[in-house]
Design a protein around this ligand. Sequence first.
Ligand code: SF4
Length: 382
Amino acid sequence: MIDIPESFAPGLYIHIPFCRSRCRYCGFPTSDQSDTGRISRYLDAVIMELHGVAPGWNRFDSLYLGGGTPSIVSLPELERLVESVNRHVKLAMNLEFTMEVNAGDVSRESVAAWTSFGVNRISLGVQALDDRALHLLGRRHTSAQALEAVAIIQEAGVALGIDLIFGYPGQTQSDWVRTLDHVASLHPDHLSCYQMTVETGTEMAQQITSGELIPATQDQEASLFRITHDHLTRRGYDHYEISNYAADAGRMARHNTKYWFRIPVLGIGAAAHSFDGRRRWCNAPNAESYWLDIESGRSPIVNTESLNTVDETIESIFLGIRTRWGFPCDRLPPGAGSDGRIRAMRDAGWIREDHGRITATDEGFAVADAIAEVIIAAAGYV
Ligand code: SF4
């Protein structure tokens, strides 16, 4: 039986676009946090936006502080933000409150404060457990700091998700197996294993262009993906989305699941994306343009897209096939299921039909985006 998530309440995402320094591969719109006055000004704008739009939404059952690096916000400033959320936003009693945290920011004192603010899930950016790799990626923490952070968070009894990256230049299969075995032996509640994406214009992209670094090939990436699946599922983790593994169904990331199921999410802050069930919109991309909009009473929204029925169907297929729930067969027009291209993927063992849904198999997960493209073409949606 496929256990579809039961909650369809909306989620609230608040973006904190500040980092101490830029990782070598990252193209996210982030700002240096050297001037704490900038963070304060930004949070003023976030609180104003929140007050303006959040009351019009139904009760949220997930709150996600993402970045950037939310853990660089000082404790008094963070408390101010959370108090404001509690005062102006309808929150469910069983709220999942996740905060993204960099390993170098964790101390007993900070974790105790975050939990006193209501954080009950920490998404810890570990990325690698090898100091050479961390240096290559431009991360500020060491592997020893990451392990200490894990111990502190687990001691505090907060649900822990660990983020890792695979497929970085020079990474071998044995490097990755060692990392996976080590991380799994720590028994985190959740693991996100992201395939390396080197954004254009970043320091690492230049190193690749100049030949200083050799990127992983597609075959190497596919092998690392397969190794991840094999190692973590053997350790009992549920591979429920392409990049995500939960220790059990109760420990899946409720907030992230909303994106895959196209459940409404309100995004607050610079570059934050929102979805209300029919429309998607996003805010001004950087902190300065965002707070200038808010301070001058302008809407920070820079782009809105209304989805028609075909757009919605295409999204359901693209997002669904990346999860183990797949998408409902009735998303396809009558007869499309017997199209030769779809039959071929079924015969190859990449997809299957289960309880009225089309899902990717373990083999199919590795090529989920390509599968979605074929299905969408076969269904005549493009
Ligand atoms: S990867 Fe994360 S921590 Fe590093 S610069 Fe990008 S947003 Fe900041």
